[in-house]
Design a protein around this ligand. Structure first.
Ligand SMILES: [Zn+2]
Length: 239
């Protein structure tokens, strides 16, 4: 059976000397593992189309043992993003987290939309400085692993200006429920996090933060994700 799909290249690895296994997240949110015969060879024309994070149109053939990639054409290679080292690292973190979060049998179309929008945003001339961090927030929100920034995670009371964040546990609690070694999160940051977790790029790119505020949010979100997705976040140690 031959099928057509549009998707993003999340990952590539060698299968045999000349063949690759390519992981693609489709528009429908499926994670496909496709054997690309001959695509690993230096002469392969398909190789360039299958660069990491490319948006591609593929034809695949289903067989009992493997799904095979019959043909591939690159739709968008996000070439401006790929000229900016920092953006490459940021995109890689997101690709890794998405790859690990989508189970083959459980499609997540929202994650495709989120990843595609983020790659488009990073591909712009001057992306919002928190583009990756905001996408991480949205990712956690979509996956249902983001704490509430309005209510205490334990007693569910309104947090107001009394939010205490525990970096070790990834929880946000009120003063009464706080654990040791916790930090206070000011109300303005709670409001920013609530806003960013569901804002469209067109809306959040109009938000300009003071440098100190931007640094605080960046640090909060990165540390939160280091707790949640330790391995994937290691890429940032090189950035
Ligand atoms: Zn509480």
């Amino acid at each position: 059976m031959i099928q057509n799909r549009t998707g993003l290249v999340l990952h590539k690895r060698d299968f045999t000397e000349n063949d690759l296994i390519v992981t693609i997240l489709t528009e429908e949110g499926e994670r496909l593992e496709l054997v690309a015969k001959g695509a690993g060879g230096p002469q392969s024309k398909r190789r360039a189309h299958l660069e990491l994070m490319n948006q591609v149109q593929v034809t695949l053939r289903h067989s009992p043992r493997h799904d095979y990639l019959q043909s591939v054409e690159c739709v968008n290679s996000f070439s401006s993003l790929k000229n900016k080292l920092e953006c490459i690292f940021h995109a890689q973190v997101l690709l890794e987290i998405v790859r690990k979060s989508v189970a083959e049998e459980n499609p997540e179309p929202e994650l495709y939309t989120l990843l595609h929008e983020t790659l488009l945003a990073l591909n712009e001339k001057t992306p919002h400085p928190l583009t990756m961090e905001i996408s991480l927030l949205k990712l956690a929100h979509t996956l249902g692993v983001l704490p509430s920034f309005k209510h205490c995670g334990k007693c569910l009371r309104d947090l107001g200006n009394n939010a205490i964040w525990n970096a070790e546990l990834g929880t946000v609690h009120c003063l009464d429920c706080q654990e040791t070694d916790a930090e206070k999160l000011e109300l303005k940051y709670l409001k920013a996090l609530e806003f960013f977790k569901q804002a469209h790029e067109a809306d959040y790119r109009r938000v300009h933060l003071a440098q100190g505020e931007e640094d605080t949010l960046r640090s909060f979100i990165r540390r939160y994700f280091q707790h949640q997705f330790q391995d994937s976040m290691k890429i940032l140690e090189w950035a």
